[in-house]
Design a protein around this ligand. Structure first.
Ligand SMILES: Nc1nc2c(ncn2[C@@H]2O[C@H](COP(=O)(O)OP(=O)(O)OP(=O)(O)O)[C@@H](O)[C@H]2O)c(=O)[nH]1
Ligand SMILES: [Mg+2]
Length: 452
């Protein structure tokens, strides 16, 4: 397994802690589940199957599931009916019996029929990567928005899998892995009800999106540049924000510690106040339904002025992780944003030093900064890079600003640059540079047919 931080996992479901005291009773922790992990090694997969299973094991631990064994098979693609080939499936069934595992977790999303066939053959609960991620998200969601988004993703995942029994709607928190979260009661409901609920949640999420958009516009008008922290889960985004802003975002050695976005002020070296948003981390094979459900949250990224992509360079799969982040940004149409890459956790690469190693520093290309979020290394440099990118976004405009809009004239002087200025009868005529983000504010005063 070779990954030391896995040992730090405590495996405690925090939901129990939260539930304690709410009804006065002492919580009974559901028995820990024990799993076999299964993956296929396909020629097209960018990850080595063992690395992907390492990650699946961490996901399982985060969901309080202990791994008892693993099984992999080399295939061109997963078998359409049973994921594994016939012989391998028998091997899995035998391994399941000999280990006494209570659940089998598959490293790819299973089709509803694969899931049914596998459950029949194995005689225990079958969970796929998507359900496991949804389970963790369900435990993490704290805000109304986060819960809505998770519930939507869960409903859409479960809808095609509905058979006899359907558990949903209120947060009961019991049930096995993959069955937890905002989404459960004893009620048995049919597909029609689930669809109705989906429509309802989508409406609510649309409201959230509108509110988010309004507050983004307000921030924009107030002139605060927005920086979004993006990166693979567990890369150190929250630790970085905590260090930079003295914030107290939960940062821990668990996958998907952060689900709901948090925004904090960070002062840049030139004195400008910028707003930094920390949000949900990415992961390979992130279900597209989940990305779609989290659109309201992820729009924060799409609308940021600059991205800081945090990479854990000590991770064996740092490159693959960075590629996954790039792909996810692509799907969010945020891949072209000005980006600084923060190569994090450099403190783990040196012993006894209190700054990044000079030889590494010398090799670091432009646009990359070596940092240690935990130790506070490289943060000044990171902020400088962000500032440079923000300033690099200055855009030349010609405007005629009415005298009543003197604050917009100030904007040029304070945040941009005045190249030519002329006082006329109808206002101040300016040719100048303004940061791109202010453009919407002054667009309507664009000066056509001018002398300046
Ligand atoms: N050694 C070392 N550990 C770090 C550093 N930055 C973060 N960590 C550790 O990495 C783990 C993950 O950090 P988080 O800040 O929670 O990571 P994140 O990117 O917010 O993760 P998610 O919210 O799960 O997406 C924690 O255990 C941190 O203490 C660092 O610079 N050096
Ligand atoms: Mg986090």
């Amino acid at each position: 397994m070779g990954n030391s931080f896995i040992r730090d996992f405590d495996g405690q479901p925090e939901d129990n802690v939260l539930r304690q005291g709410r009804d006065g009773s002492i919580p009974t922790r559901p028995p820990e589940e024990r799993a076999i992990l299964v993956g296929v090694d396909t020629p097209t997969s960018p990850w080595k199957v063992e690395d992907s299973l390492d990650e699946l094991e961490q996901l399982a631990m985060t969901a309080n599931v202990r791994t008892l064994g693993r099984l992999t098979q080399r295939l061109d693609s997963p078998h359409p009916a049973t994921y594994l080939g016939k012989g391998k499936l028998q091997e899995l069934a035998d391994l399941r019996v000999s280990t006494g595992a209570s659940v089998v977790i598959f490293d790819d999303e299973l089709s509803p029929s694969q899931e049914r066939n596998l459950e029949e053959k194995l005689g225990v609960m079958v969970v796929d990567r998507t359900a496991l991620i949804l389970d963790i998200f369900a435990r993490r969601a704290r805000t109304h928005e986060g819960r809505l988004q998770v519930e939507l993703a869960q409903l859409e995942y479960r809808l095609p899998r509905l058979t006899r029994m359907w558990t949903h709607l209120s947060r009961q928190g019991v049930g096995g892995v993959g069955l937890r979260g905002p989404g459960e009661t004893q009620l048995e409901v049919d597909r029609r009800q689930a669809r109705g609920r989906i429509t309802h949640i989508k409406d609510e999420i649309e409201q959230v999106r509108r509110q988010r958009r309004t507050s983004r516009e307000r921030r924009r008008e107030e002139g605060f540049p927005v920086v979004a922290l993006v990166g693979y889960t567990n890369a150190g985004k929250s630790t970085l924000l905590n260090k930079l802003a003295g914030a107290s975002v939960l940062a821990e050695n668990k996958l998907f510690a952060t689900l709901d976005p948090t925004t904090r002020q960070v002062q840049l070296p030139g004195g400008t106040i910028s707003l930094w948003t920390d949000t949900v981390g990415f992961i390979q094979k992130l279900p597209t339904g989940l990305v779609a459900a989290f659109r309201a949250t992820l729009e924060e990224i799409a609308e940021a002025d600059v991205l800081v992509h945090v990479v854990d360079i000590t991770h064996t799969n740092a490159e693959e992780q960075a590629a996954t982040v790039a792909e996810t940004l692509e799907s969010l149409e945020a891949a072209d944003k000005p980006t600084v890459v923060a190569l994090n956790k450099v403190d783990q690469l040196v012993t006894g030093a209190d700054s990044p190693p000079a030889d590494l520093e010398a090799q670091t290309p432009e646009g990359y900064v070596l940092v240690s979020a935990e130790r506070g290394w490289g943060l000044d440099k990171l902020l400088e890079c962000v500032q440079d990118l923000l300033e690099g976004e200055l855009r030349e405009v010609r405007v005629l600003l009415p005298y009543a809009q003197s604050s917009l004239v100030d904007l040029f002087h304070q945040r941009g640059q005045v190249l030519e200025e002329e006082y006329c009868e109808d206002g101040t005529r300016i040719r100048g540079l303004v940061p791109q983000r202010f453009y919407p504010l002054i667009q309507k005063y664009a000066d056509r047919g001018t002398t300046v």
